[in-house]
Design a protein around this ligand. Structure first.
Ligand SMILES: [Mg+2]
Length: 220
């Protein structure tokens, strides 16, 4: 039996951008999450925020944190972090990435995720790493998550040549800080999927605890 995992970005995908004056749920966000759960998908939040920031932004937007099986808070969204945090989930079945940032959501998923849904929003070509020829990529490009129930099954069914697209992941540089966090066994699968209340569930980086509660969201 396989389990399909859908990894959602937060800012600009499920809720308003971090720079917006108010944190609100984007249209269709809650219904898309509920649809995933009804399909039996494993739903995870994969965000470039601290766990504390993720949770307060979800609550501020009226999105129940209980809709997620896990909140995976990461300090960076690079190919290395992707492999370490989301990569192991591929052992259970297909992995879908849903996000609005080309640089942080799409690129690290190329050649690894089985389907990539770029909820492009206002990200025009040339903005924040978005290439001018997004149509060439094996990426679904709905304006928002509202159409996910229609887009996601088709993307999974169609698939794409993952091996051919793997080299395109290099667009995001890997800072030294990322390499310094490599190794160790803090990524053990069982703790990743403890419930949200567990203090061990979502603190994958040693220095993440120090940032808890700083209230600042990051772009991505
Ligand atoms: Mg985002």
């Amino acid at each position: 039996m396989t389990t399909t995992t859908v990894a959602f970005d937060l800012d600009g995908t499920l809720v308003s951008e971090w720079s917006a004056p108010r944190t609100v749920a984007l249209p269709g966000a809650v219904s898309a999450l509920r649809w995933c759960r009804q399909r039996g998908y494993r739903v995870v939040l994969y965000s470039w925020n601290t766990e504390a920031t993720c949770l307060w932004r979800l609550r501020a937007a009226g999105i129940p944190p209980g809709l997620f099986d896990a909140v995976l808070a990461v300090p960076l969204k690079t190919a290395t972090v992707f492999d370490r945090v989301l990569g192991p989930l591929l052992a259970d079945g297909p992995l879908v990435v849903v996000g609005n940032s080309w640089r942080h959501d799409v690129v690290p998923a190329l050649g690894r995720a089985d389907a990539i849904v770029w909820t492009r929003g206002g990200r025009a070509p040339g903005v924040m790493g978005t290439p001018p020829d997004t149509w060439r990529y094996p990426v679904r490009r709905p304006r928002s998550v509202a159409t996910l129930p229609r887009v996601l099954p088709v993307a999974l069914a169609d698939g794409y040549d993952k091996a051919a697209w793997l080299p395109y992941r290099r667009a995001v540089l890997e800072p030294e800080a990322c390499a310094a966090g490599a190794g160790g066994d803090q990524w053990g699968r069982p703790t990743l999927f403890d419930r949200l209340a567990s203090s061990e569930s979502v603190s994958p980086w040693p220095w993440d605890d120090a940032r808890q509660g700083d209230g600042r969201a990051r772009s991505g």
